[in-house]
Design a protein around this ligand. Structure first.
Ligand SMILES: [Fe+2]
Ligand SMILES: [Fe+2]
Length: 412
């Protein structure tokens, strides 16, 4: 009998982990991170606290990298590679996480309960397996730990600052206690610790429904201002300020990809992997706008947030939102972006030029994702129109409702 409890103070012996248990454990880590990335995508638009929202975006991408690494290893030692664990207690934990009473409780359950236990389980696994025979697992496990420990260092102080800045929240405390009890009932992340009795569901639990409004915290002063006409491009300084202010609002694109990722979570894994990156790229574009504005003495929290765009998109099914984003906004932004690179070069504005060129590199990938996944999505939802016809029909809606609504195309 192998003893590999999550919080063991004595290190398990090297080579004490047999291959059948190894794949069961890897499958549990893969499953938990996979579920958490989907839950964070579902919640992300509803997270108001800006820094936590950005961290959620980063976690979605990093979880996707870990899931992919575990998947690449699992497909070598089990078939099919993706398997739902045959442990109802673990499935209940992963299912319940999304029904947090609020965004802070959600983050507490994930970052203060599940991820620390996952780190401990990975560390134990790394020590217990055969270092040479199982090196490919060790490699994946070591890299996941590096990310997860760095994430703890960034996120725990953020959550502590939220705690310190508001009255004690019994709902968050009850929720974290509940998630910890669910984890104990599953025998920890490994499933090998002694199992506690399953906890009762607390009244604080709130059934999760995907948000149709994007949340912003109280630091944002302009949530739904109309798009103003941008200064002409030949007014270099005034136009550039607006250009980067628009980047700072690209959280809207991240939130749209989050809706698509959550709404189409039964699509093939490679789609989820690409979309997790797409989503986090848009968070990075938003942060690029923040960085530029701050370097130029401007406060990005004062930027209009155009939350009506998110509300408008949410009227449409996820596939249509994805088509409008990739084949509308993203495809059409390139001529403008290339003109901006030229203008920044001509003005000797190296920072702006570099920022836009990195953006172009990311956006090229996003359009490629659109071309790759739209045909698959149409099959997935049983759409019978050919891709070209479907896209043309969707773009008619985009042209008539988005572009004529004073919403410029060079956003996102
Ligand atoms: Fe994009
Ligand atoms: Fe973008």
């Amino acid at each position: 009998m192998v003893s590999l409890p999550d919080s063991s103070s004595t290190a398990p012996d090297s080579g004490s982990l047999p291959i059948d248990l190894n794949r069961r454990l890897l499958n549990r880590y893969r499953y938990l991170e996979h579920e958490i990335l989907q839950i964070l995508a579902g919640w992300m638009p509803a997270i108001g606290h800006f820094e936590t929202k950005c961290e959620a975006g980063r976690s979605i991408w990093e979880c996707a990298l870990h899931v992919n690494a575990f998947y690449l290893r699992l497909r070598e030692i089990q078939s099919p590679a993706f398997q739902r664990p045959d442990d109802p207690a673990l499935v209940r934990l992963a299912t319940e996480l999304r029904h947090a009473p609020d965004e802070h409780a959600l983050a507490g359950g994930i970052y203060r309960v599940v991820f620390p236990a996952l780190i401990q389980a990975l560390a134990n696994h790394e020590r217990a397996t055969f270092p040479n025979s199982d090196l490919p697992s060790v490699y994946a496990i070591q890299h996941a730990q590096l990310d997860l420990r760095a994430q703890q260092e960034r996120v725990l102080p953020l959550l502590a600052a939220v705690d310190a800045g508001r009255p004690a929240s019994p709902a968050s405390e009850v929720w974290e206690h509940y998630i910890r009890a669910l984890l104990d009932a599953a025998g920890g992340v490994s499933g090998l610790a002694p199992r506690a009795a399953a906890p009762a569901t607390p009244p604080e639990r709130r059934e999760f429904t995907p948000p149709r409004e994007a949340a912003r915290d109280e630091r944002f002063t302009q949530r739904g201002a109309d798009f103003a006409v941008m200064p002409p491009e030949d007014d270099y300084r005034a136009h550039t300020v607006e250009e980067f202010e628009r980047y700072s609002t690209e959280m809207l694109a991240a939130e749209t990809v989050a809706v698509v990722l959550y709404g189409l979570r039964d699509m093939p894994w490679e789609f989820q992997f690409d979309s997790a990156r797409h989503l986090y790229d848009e968070v990075r574009h938003c942060l690029m706008g923040y960085e530029w504005m701050r370097r130029n003495g401007l406060d990005p929290f004062q930027s209009p947030q155009y939350l009506q765009v998110f509300r408008w998109r949410c009227q449409f099914p996820p596939v249509m939102q994805y088509c409008m984003l990739t084949m509308g906004n993203e495809v059409h932004a390139f001529p403008y972006r290339h003109r901006r690179v030229e203008a920044h070069e001509k003005s000797g504005d190296r920072l702006s030029e570099q920022f836009v060129r990195y953006d172009i590199a990311d956006e090229t990938q996003h359009v490629r994702f659109g071309h790759r996944w739209l045909p698959e999505m149409l099959r997935h939802i049983g759409e019978t129109r050919p891709v070209d016809t479907y896209t043309a029909d969707v773009l008619k809606v985009w042209e008539s409702e988005y572009r004529t609504g004073k919403l410029p195309i060079n956003v996102e």
